[in-house]
Design a binder for this molecule. Sequence first.
Ligand code: IMP
Length: 431
Amino acid sequence: MNKNIVIVGSQFGDEGKGKVVDLLTEHVSAVVRYQGGHNAGHTLVINGEVTKLHLIPSGVMHEGVKCLVGNGVVLSPDALIKEIAGLEARGVAVRDRLHVDFCCVLVLPYHVALDQAREIKKGKKAIGTTGRGIGPAYEDKVSRRAIRLADLCGNEERFAEKLKTVMAYHNYMLENFYETEPVNYQTVLDECLAMKSQLCELATDVTGMLEAYREENANLLFEGAQGTFLDIDHGTYPFVTSSNTTAGGVSTGTGFGPCYLDYVLGITKAYTTRVGAGPLPTELSDEVGDWLTEKGREFGTTTGRKRRCGWFDAMLVKRAVMLNSFSGLCITKLDVLDGLKEIKVCVGYEFEGKPLKSPSFGATSFAKCKPVYKTFPGWTDSTAKITKYDELPENARTYLKFIEEFVGAPIHMISTGPDRVDTVVLKDLFG
Ligand code: IMP
């Protein structure tokens, strides 16, 4: 029986993880975020009502389920408090449900200033970050100068001193290297201290809580943000985010040991999208691309940016199966493909005119890969809101069958619409 399930995006993020997490939450005691920050954007639709989340785990809409933010997450105090206030205004009792690890690194205004100054300086080579300060915050973590939630919750003088030192360093860079305005120390200090009591009420040892859940034999859900190919190590570097988005990030980002994990679900869009710069071999800049953007409402939850759209890249997802040891897949947005005459799937690449045996996914060589396609007939019937596999059009079933065989992981769920209920469940994951 599976007790501890991990949800990971198998492409470039925006695969629809939030909906699946929300759907599975009724089976668990806690939903846990393990990496990323408020660069993430998860959209939930419950009884037609839309909720957008960035930092708070997607289980928050369920009473009696704890939402835990693990040490691997970088935490913007300001973004967290705004998100809590937004949910509370709608009657969701967030503070009873939410706990944040003391070791979370804080994302502060100088990280945002650095992120944005860097992107401007890079000009055409910009990564297209969300501009939320995520990269600079993770840099502070690995350079061992970061300010963590524990620092804010500890002695005020020590916190002020630490902030002064780190800000002197970053302001020097902002003024002298990026030739831009520094960030005011006193303002940041005052803002942090003003939020201190609200934040510190939520602070805890998440690792210890997880161990207690394990001892109780409780079910847990670990919610990934972004997607496999935005992973700092395994993604299309340097066009990546700054954390380990792959399943391995669960253990480092929460302190929950790898052997305690039972099942990894790869959330996989029925086509491919990417937001921001970086290679996307199957990208479509024709009317089919426009169709996917419009029909799939492919605009970023966090930045509102238009997502780039393309055919399903089975080579990428096959790699994601390996990187994450997916136990099963959930195919999302299948209904967006309804009505297309033909549907293509990338089943190989050509590199400088020759077939490529073992592709490299780093940005430089991946950008030169040309997709080799296999074409499938489309289907005219609507798959929207279907909940039984047998009711899917035959051509849709053929398409899905091919995907699972090619990538080497079984399809255990299919999402046929944004609402919780628009789902085909082929396997009871906690069964
Ligand atoms: P950062 O995470 O803001 O540093 O952005 C780095 C790259 O990751 C950019 O291409 C962003 O567009 C992308 N990115 C970050 N968060 C998300 C997400 O939640 N969904 C999709 N792309 C994301």
